[in-house]
Structures are given as C-alpha cells and as structure tokens.
Design a binder for this molecule. Structure first.
Ligand code: AKB
Length: 318
C-alpha cells in the first residue's frame, strides 16, 4: 500500500488521528510529521516520525517521494486566536503550507484531506442552521485562510484531478493534546480546572453558542470522508459537520452534575469574543449525513462523562 503522511501530527487532531490511522492501515504505513511540539505518547515509537516545516516544499517533496506517499492528511496550521496575533505568519503557514501540499500532491498523485472550520463563515452568514452553501465573508485571518483553502482545494480537484476532501470542523474537545491558540479552547481548559478543583474564568460571554465535537467523532469523520465513494461527494471542500452546540454556561452545568462544587466566572476577552460572535451557532450538516453517512456519537452529556473519566486518569498519572 502507498503510505499516508500526517502533517501537524503532534497537534490537537494529529496526535489522535495518527494512532487511529496506524491502527487502521498498519503502523508501517503512516508517517507522522511534526514541527515545533514534541511528539507525545507513542507517536515516536509506533511508526515513522519526521520533522517537517510545511513551508519547506523541497523537504515535503523529498519525504513524499522517499516514503511513496499516496495520501496526505494536512493538519498543520495556526488556529484562530494565534492567527489574529500573527496574521502574516498565519497566511504563510496556513496558505503557504497548503499550496506546497497541493503542488506535491499534483506531482505525485496523492489524495489530500484538509480541515476547514466554522471559522470559514463570517458575520453575514446565517448563524442558525448555517447552510452547506452560504455566504462566506470571514473577517479574521484564520477564516480568510480557511475559505481560501476550501477554494484552492476545489480548484486542484477541478483543474488537476487531485482528490481533495475536507470538513468544516467545529470546536474540538480532546483529553489527549490541548488545542492552543483557538477561540473554542475554553471548552477543553474548563475540564482541567474542574478536575484540579480550581475555579475557571471563561473568556467568552454567557450565551455564546458554538458548534462543538468530541475528538473521536472528529477523527472518524476524517477517515470516513477519505474512504467515501467519490461519486457521492457533491461538495468535497468542505462539508459542514457538527455534533452539538452549546454556550459556556451549558458545559459548566454539565460538568457541575459530576463536580457540584465547581465554580466558573467570566472575564470576556474582546478579541476572542468578536471572533466567536462572527461564527455560526449551529451548522446544518445534512449534506455530510446524506452524502457520506456522517453521524456523531457523542453529545454534551456523554462527552462530559468521558472527558472527566479519561482526563482524571491522565492527571492522576502525571
Ligand atoms: C479555533 O477555535 O480556532 C478552532 C476552530 C473552531 O477552528 N478550534
């Protein structure tokens, strides 16, 4: 079998997706490519690991050729809050990296998975049941890179026949690797505070509703989409997918059912609040459901129970 390479393998999605791909396709067939973050868990020992800056097309070309790569899961990117702090760098990494991946994919005939985000929508898109096809005028650098990436991936498919596929991920919640630099990170940080018996100060205001998803569902979505029958895919880049939609006070209540003494306060961060206010409350993901069978398994209650159980085991070990 041709190999799979995962860029951003040490990041929030990559650190869970890479082991899942190794389990499914054989550890010897999945190359993990990380950059700044140290590889944790078994990433280093369970298969090939390389250090790669996705802005370096020469290095990417060499690895794809040497490892005989057939599929690239391209996850390396700056998230929304980091991108607002360093917009030029965000363009370089998010768009420069993707351009390199698509060019190498064109030359060597690779398929490409590239995640988009709720951030690809802006304040002029409908917030409730945001349609699969809707106005996309984001006002953040992250959103601009995401909508540009969707278009570029579609272009490489239409023009060069590169098999590009992607989803618009909501905020992702995981007990493995923390996201870092996102607007939805509060929904992960809150669990750490609760389990450490600390109070949590939320940087988003009450009532800020956003789409969210537990990492096992996010990983399954990527694999299912890449395995889906191409004849059924009308959109490719990128499918709305969601699992739940909640505001800070709702996840707080869900955690309080398990930890009644837990306290949350608010101290709103204007930049991240403005970003969140420009994103959908809840996307319509019916196209993903009907075209490739997308179906989430976790809701807020089951996510909360699982996060608390797994994170408390992890924290008591560390
Ligand atoms: C972020 O908050 O930047 C990401 C996202 C929703 O794309 N988690």
């Amino acid at each position: 079998m041709k190999k799979i390479i995962v860029t951003g393998a040490t990041g929030q999605i990559g650190s869970v997706l890479t082991p899942a791909l190794r389990q499914r396709y054989g550890a010897e067939n999945v190359v993990a490519a990380g950059h700044k973050r140290k590889p944790g868990g078994t990433l280093l020992t369970s298969g090939a690991y390389i250090t790669l800056d996705v802005r370096d097309r020469g290095a990417l070309d060499t690895y794809v050729r040497e490892y005989n790569v057939g599929t690239i899961y391209h996850l390396a990117a700056l998230l929304s809050a980091s991108a607002e702090k360093q917009p030029q760098l965000a363009w370089e990494i998010n768009m420069g990296g993707l351009t390199n991946v698509l060019e190498v994919a064109r030359i060597y005939g690779c398929a490409v998975f590239h995640p988009s985000s709720i951030g690809a929508f802006g304040p002029t898109a409908p917030r409730i049941n945001t349609p699969q096809e809707s106005i996309q005028r984001p006002q953040t650098m992250y959103g601009i890179t995401k909508v540009s990436a969707e278009l570029l991936c579609d272009y490489y498919f239409e023009r060069f026949g590169v098999d590009t596929r992607g989803v618009r991920y909501p905020g992702l919640i995981s007990h493995e690797t923390s996201p870092g630099g996102g607007t939805t990170d509060y929904a992960v940080d809150i669990f750490y505070a609760a389990l450490r018996q600390e109070s949590y100060t939320c940087y988003l205001a009450p009532g800020t509703c956003l789409d969210m998803m537990y990492m096992p569902d996010a990983v399954r979505a990527a694999v299912d989409l890449m395995e889906a029958d191409p004849k059924r895919l009308r959109f490719r880049n990128a499918y709305n997918i969601t699992a739940m939609s909640f505001a800070p006070e709702e996840i707080y209540s869900a955690i309080k059912k398990h930890i009644p003494d837990f306290i949350m306060n608010y101290e709103v961060d204007a930049v991240r609040q403005a970003v969140a206010d420009s994103w959908p409350d809840r996307m319509d993901d019916s196209a993903a459901r009907s075209q490739w069978g997308w179906q989430p398994e976790y809701d807020l209650a089951s996510l909360t129970a699982d996060m608390l159980a797994r994170l408390s085991a992890k924290l008591s070990l560390s």
